[in-house]
Design a protein around this ligand. Sequence first.
Ligand code: CAA
Length: 272
Amino acid sequence: MADATLGGSTEAISATELAEIGLRCEVDGEIATITLDRPERRNAQTFATWSALARIGESLPGQVRVVVIRGEGPSFSAGIDLRMFTPEGVPGQGSFGTVATLDDAAFEQAVAEAQRGFLWLRRPDIVSIAAVQGHAIGAGFQLALSCDLRVVAEDVRFCMKEPALGLVPDLTGTKPLVDIVGVSRAIEICLTARTVGAEEAYRLGLAELVVPGEELPAAVRDLVAALLATNRDAATATKRLLRAAPGRTLEEQAAAERAEQALRIRALFASS
Ligand code: CAA
């Protein structure tokens, strides 16, 4: 698999820059694999992580169809770097103490910038998969929730810890969580900040697949292969339909299906 300096439509981000932030991104044909690579801190995330994720999304080569996000070491991600809660903060990135002094516009901009790192994972032209082992706490849980699919190891431990720390989950995780488990279960999971293990995650729809830890890479590979076997344009159009379905009436969705199918059938017959 080639180590990549990504070169899409926006400014590329080098492997060296990514390594300094604790990330890797390898592109192999139609597959991009993003690795949270700070296992000695359990892949804790910072504002730099989120900006880099956004830049990866923006500069992703056009041929990429599947994005896999994984974590090096025993845990997917222990969430935000807890140094953010200390007066010293994370070197070069400040602390929540400094964030608290921002005016409304600057605060809004800082959080929106962080959220950009998560939002692109839902775009229709790619399928995103989180491969999750061990802990996925706070920002780690939200990163997994940002992906279309979650393949988890039997030792997975999801936890929305933010309310226990006096914060709300603000890295775009509340919407997918509610969409998947419903409002009441989401309230219970978030407001108790409890841990959700593999069996429950599967039952609630938070995981599409649960496998023994050593089988996680192979399970992801198999899923990726199956996803790549379908027609790309049809997959993009179908994901666009499915993602929009919860916000539409049945009639609106039926109309959207007709519109997408018209494009598909015309494209198929134009090329035959
Ligand atoms: N930030 C910074 N460092 C972290 C970290 C974090 N979130 N989580 C773990 N580390 C560091 C530890 O300090 C430790 O460092 P040292 O070796 O220097 O002591 C190292 O990683 C290994 O940690 P553990 O020995 O604790 O590893 P473990 O495998 O036994 O436990 C764990 C793993 C359960 C994830 C535990 O480390 C833990 O509970 N971490 C904190 C989780 C947390 O509270 N995260 C915040 C979530 S809220 C959030 O994310 C908010 C937001 O988005 C705004």
